[in-house]
Design a protein around this ligand. Structure first.
Ligand SMILES: C[S@@+](CC[C@H](N)C(=O)[O-])C[C@H]1O[C@@H](n2cnc3c(N)ncnc32)[C@H](O)[C@@H]1O
Length: 223
């Protein structure tokens, strides 16, 4: 856990670079995205659409985002969610600092930031109408507890959605994950495959839809 925490504390301090990679912004980011993740500009857009597909543009109610990271993908999306009460959680206070700064720049008033661990969420059972998790589960160490906790805080009929890395879809991505991301603490095995993720989510939820763009699965589940 310490390694994961330290890795993202470091990323939080270099958040400008991280943000450019995450948003596919600039030539270096586009080359990395294409070479290691197999995503060109068009498939990157599909990945983004897939990641947010479970949250309607007119969503109202309580939304948990775990982990928010620097909020580079999600906070701009929240600008349109005026009737939502949004709680953003992350383990790393440095990532959260970057997210808080962005929220202030975007003048977001309905978003709270909480430092916390996905394995011990500081919320009552069935507190949320939706739980969004973008690129978190491949980083979490205790995945079974993370699946259980995100389900616990979700209301019956609520939506669990987002994206995560899945192995077995692109050999170069898998090598990059194993040889670069995992040793540095950015990713934490074991990873889901498309089939194992579908199976797991269908066991946990009444309805689960899983799609993928290269090595990124998108999921929308109803409790
Ligand atoms: C790849 S980043 C994704 C963040 C964000 N969703 C984004 O799109 O930028 C993974 C995040 O998971 C967070 N994280 C790792 N383990 C965690 C845990 N046990 N509980 C909460 N957050 C965790 C890290 O601090 C990091 O910000």
């Amino acid at each position: 856990m310490r390694k994961i925490f330290d890795a993202y504390q470091f990323v939080g301090k270099c958040s400008t670079l991280y943000d450019r990679m995450m948003t596919n912004d600039g030539l270096a980011a586009r080359l990395v995205m294409k070479f290691f993740w197999g995503l060109d500009a068009q498939s990157y857009e599909k990945f983004l659409t897939q990641a947010f597909a479970g949250i309607p543009r007119d969503f109202s109610g309580r939304l948990l985002e775990i982990p928010v990271g620097t909020g580079v993908l999600s906070l701009p999306f929240y600008c349109g969610l005026n009737n939502a009460e949004i709680f953003c959680v992350d383990l790393s206070d440095k990532m959260l600092d970057a997210a808080k700064l962005r929220a202030a720049q975007l003048n977001l008033r309905n978003v709270q930031f909480i430092r916390g661990d996905v394995t011990n969420l500081p919320f009552d059972d069935e507190f949320f109408d939706a739980v969004l998790s973008i690129d978190g589960f491949h980083a979490f160490r205790d995945k079974a507890i993370a699946f259980a906790e995100t389900r616990r805080v979700l209301k019956s009929g609520g939506v669990f959605c987002g994206s995560m890395y899945i192995k077995g879809e692109n050999r170069r991505t898998d090598l990059f994950v194993d040889n670069f991301c995992r040793p540095r603490g950015f990713f934490s095995p074991p990873y889901e495959t498309l089939n194992s993720l579908q199976k797991k989510l269908r066991e946990l939820y009444t309805h689960a839809e899983v799609t993928h763009v290269k090595s990124f699965a998108g999921f929308i589940c109803t409790k």
